[in-house]
Write a protein that binds this ligand. Structure first.
Ligand code: NI
Length: 270
């Protein structure tokens, strides 16, 4: 891996982290909480969301990572939520995995399709190619009514419409922790410190047998401006992942669709 690649990626991840902490201040507080307790906070993966519309599909968003040496390493289906996802890995395992999901527009109602198509039309192909696109936020104008209409049908689509292109979550690599070296200990510590965790499908998603255990906070609500007013809506969440070795002794680096399905609900409004 060239030094250029390392610095391009670290700059990109730094910018993404800054944007993420700005709309999800709890992430910065949690990061600091573990750091001041002597832990080294490493990042297991960064997640992005999008719609499956030409120009902004999963593979379009992944281009910047592929240029820097990332390779597609797994795909996942979420039929109930009308989502599809892929993840990318780098040969340097210190670098976070990239998890990108998309809403399958053709499976939405006519009304949802109409609203989303209208929003995405405001994007220019040039803007998508800008290096800062992945932390540029919402590039379109949307009304509170449009947001609420989408939310009735898909929490995911409404989040995407309200927040746009930016990290949906970062994920703490629990394997790198010394004191809080299990998901149970992480969860207990966070709850003790007043953070609300996602209970959907249980506090811990996945098992050691599945080689991946995950938990996450519930996204905190922040004030977001729309064309016609302001709504207080869930922004981003922080995730925690502990990985276990495969039969060959190497750590499992994939994802479990059934667990990710529940983690998606961390941005639900209720
Ligand atoms: Ni995740």
């Amino acid at each position: 891996m060239s030094q250029e690649t390392t610095s391009n990626l670290s700059l990109l991840f730094e910018k993404m982290w800054e944007d993420y902490c700005q709309i999800s201040p709890q992430a910065k507080r949690i990061f600091n909480l573990f750091s001041t307790n002597g832990e080294v906070v490493l990042n297991d993966h960064i997640a992005l969301r999008t719609f499956n519309i030409s120009g902004i599909r999963i593979d379009d968003l992944a281009k910047v990572f592929e240029t820097e040496g990332y390779r597609p390493s797994g795909e996942y289906h979420f039929p109930q939520k009308k989502l599809y996802a892929k993840h990318w890995q780098h040969e340097n395992e210190q670098l976070p995995k990239i998890f990108i999901s998309e809403f399958k527009l053709e499976e939405g109602s006519t009304e949802l399709q109409r609203i989303v198509t209208k929003l995405v039309k405001e994007l220019t192909p040039e803007s998508v190619k800008q290096p800062h696109f992945l932390y540029s936020g919402r590039p379109w104008k949307i009304t509170t009514q449009e947001y609420l209409k989408l939310a009735e049908e898909s929490e995911y689509a409404s989040w995407m419409a309200a927040f746009g292109f930016r990290p949906n979550h970062f994920t703490i690599n629990v394997n790198a922790f010394k004191k809080f070296n299990s998901i149970e200990k992480v969860n207990e510590f966070l709850q003790k410190n007043g953070f609300k965790l996602n209970m959907s499908g249980g506090l811990i998603k996945g098992t050691p047998e599945e080689m991946l255990e995950q938990s996450s906070t519930m996204a905190e609500k922040i004030k977001v401006s729309f064309v016609d007013g302001v709504l207080e809506i869930p922004s981003c969440y922080y995730e925690f992942a502990k990985r276990y070795p495969q039969k060959d002794g190497k750590l499992y680096h994939g994802f479990i669709a059934q667990s990710a399905d529940k983690i998606f609900e961390s941005t639900n409004r209720y």
